[in-house]
Design a binder for this molecule. Structure first.
Ligand code: G4P
Length: 528
């Protein structure tokens, strides 16, 4: 198959949701349709449940599993589908944000009873900022939930989307009868125990057909006709270009657990979802169809196996094709590297592959050469943008608890930071190290991993910081900048890339500082 065809048949996406909305269940059902797995229960959720410590041991136990489920690939209808898994727990949100830099589109799962939840709002906002095409799946229609129209309103208002329903539920909860597929104009009836097999779709070319009354009953048929009329009146027609430009978001209804409405979603998805999209680098816009390989690292995963202290770096191929044993340029290190055993991912397995194409993810064994955001090319100097660090919300001093192991501690911290577990800041005033994280759980993860993977011990000390923001002196008045650095020295630190960071101790002080030094820009992500 030609390079062009290979690239065009790839769909790389992520499923995002608030925990418990049904992300894992939906992912699993998609894999079932793809024939990638044979039975339900095969995909392990890597979510962390309620408590903290016991769960975090659980993460460790599941680390091996989550490597395997980080990318789930399968073939469906001649299309190569790559699902990138995203952790649901909010303390790992940054990991999810980074994974979103490697997807070409997303499916957003919303629980019909709970509606739009906090984590959904945050994740969708990131997707909106990046103009990522989104499809919404409203899940758990077998349960009582919100009225479909109210929920669509809520999605428009809270998520700032412009929705167009492509399927519509017939009843809900106890009265849930099935789905009217607006996209294909047919009906799919729900039997309630269709976990694996679903009833054959019934073609209804005309909603006014008496066949509909016979199938779902007079009352439900009447309601459906009225609702579809309303849908047609209220919502815009589906326009593929608008969807691809993130200006319009199709909505599907269903029940992932009962495997209902999932096929409609998948069929439409492979039809409309984008193949790999061009990506902006600092140098130029790179088209996926270019024949030279380029890619960037969006995730690094440490291996569980203590005998092999290597890590797996996940590369999203942006353009061309990646080949085993071919020398590629590690742009940041200006070093050629060859990879003899690149992994590709298929459902729950990973295996060594010779060739992968734009859109695919390959896993490269790494002994510490990579960090998140690194670019690989065939020789051209390209630096991909868009894997920023986000402003952390928790801050603690980190202290060495075993003076004999300081070397191990530094190495451990260094590598964990490259993996993106947290961020480290060095205070300008006294050189003390501060760890900033998005969630509090990360501190336990760091402590545990330092001990088990590097044999080092650390303790933490609280530090009162409200927010870290990156200081951008470009365009600032030189006198103003000098004064800022002098007056605020106590609150200044450098990040790992030596960029200046302002650690504001309260929202008020941040605001005052911004007002006092109007020519200096303060950013909430490291990339500006
Ligand atoms: P997540 O990955 O988004 O966190 O959600 P997950 O798929 O784990 O689903 C969360 C819970 O919701 C699970 O129940 C799951 O069985 C249930 N669920 C998912 N889809 C549907 C649906 O269409 N209808 C109904 N009624 N329930 C659904 P749990 O009890 O928390 O977990 P489990 O013990 O059943 O695995």
């Amino acid at each position: 198959m030609s390079l062009l065809k290979e690239i065009q048949r790839r769909r790389t996406f992520g499923v995002i949701a608030h925990p418990d909305a049904g992300k894992t269940t939906l992912t699993e059902k998609l894999l079932l349709f793809g024939g990638a797995i044979q039975e339900a229960g095969a995909v392990k959720s890597n979510k962390i449940k309620k408590g903290a410590t016991s769960d975090f041991m659980e993460i460790e136990r599941q680390r091996g599993i989550s490597v395997a489920t980080s990318v789930l690939a399968f073939e469906y209808d001649g299309i190569k589908v790559n699902i990138l898994d995203t952790p649901g727990h909010k303390d790992f949100a940054e990991d999810t944000f980074r994974t979103l830099t490697a997807v070409d589109s997303v499916i957003v799962v919303v629980d019909v009873a709970k509606g739009v939840e906090e984590q959904t709002e945050k994740l969708v906002e990131v997707c909106r900022m990046r103009n990522i095409p989104m499809i919404v799946f409203i899940n758990k229609m077998d349960r009582e939930g919100k009225d479909a129209f109210d929920l669509l309103d809520e999605i428009e208002q809270k998520l700032g989307l412009r929705v167009v329903p492509l399927s519509f539920p017939i009843g809900m909860g106890y009265d849930f009868k099935g789905i009217y597929n607006i996209w294909e104009k047919n009906i799919n009836l729900f039997t309630g125990d269709s976990r694996k097999d679903i009833e054959e779709t019934i073609e209804i070319s005309d909603l006014s057909s008496p066949e509909l009354d016979r199938l779902v009953g007079d009352k439900a048929a009447k309601t459906l006709r009225e609702e579809i009329e309303l849908v047609e009146g209220i919502y815009p027609d589906f326009d593929k270009e608008d969807y691809l430009n993130a200006k319009l978001q199709p909505v599907f209804f269903g029940s992932a657990l009962n495997n209902f409405g999932v096929r409609e979603l998948l069929d439409c998805f492979v039809d409309i979802a984008p193949s790999p999209r061009p990506k902006l680098s600092e140098e130029r816009l790179v088209d996926p169809k270019e024949d030279k390989f380029t890619g960037f690292i969006f995730k690094i995963h440490a291996n569980m196996d203590p005998n092999h202290r290597d890590r797996l770096a996940f590369v999203k191929i942006v353009s061309g094709k990646f080949e085993r044993n071919k020398p590629y340029l590690h742009v940041r290190n200006n070093k050629k590297m060859k990879f003899s055993s690149p992994n590709a991912f298929f459902a729950e397995k990973k295996e060594i592959v010779d060739t992968s194409y734009a859109g695919d993810i390959v896993g490269l064994h790494d002994t510490g050469n990579f960090k998140i955001g690194d670019t690989l090319t065939e020789g051209e100097i390209i630096n991909y943008k868009g894997v920023p660090s986000f402003s952390p919300e928790h801050f603690r001093y980190i202290n060495n608890a075993d003076p004999l192991k300081s070397k191990q501690l530094f190495k451990g911290i260094d590598q964990l930071m490259d993996e993106g577990v947290a961020q480290i800041f060095t205070l300008e005033l006294n050189g003390r190290k501060v760890i900033g994280t998005v969630g509090a759980l990360q501190y336990e993860v760091i402590q545990y991993r330092l001990e088990h993977e590097y044999g080092a011990k650390c303790t933490y000390e609280n530090l009162n910081v409200h927010k870290a923001c990156w200081v951008d002196p470009k365009g600032s008045k030189s006198e103003e900048y000098k004064e800022f650095v002098r007056v605020k020295q106590r609150f200044l630190a450098k990040d790992k890339q030596n960029q200046l960071v302002f650690l504001a101790d309260s929202a008020f002080s941040l605001q005052m500082t911004q007002q006092k030094y109007p020519s200096i820009k303060f950013h909430f992500t490291s990339e500006f």
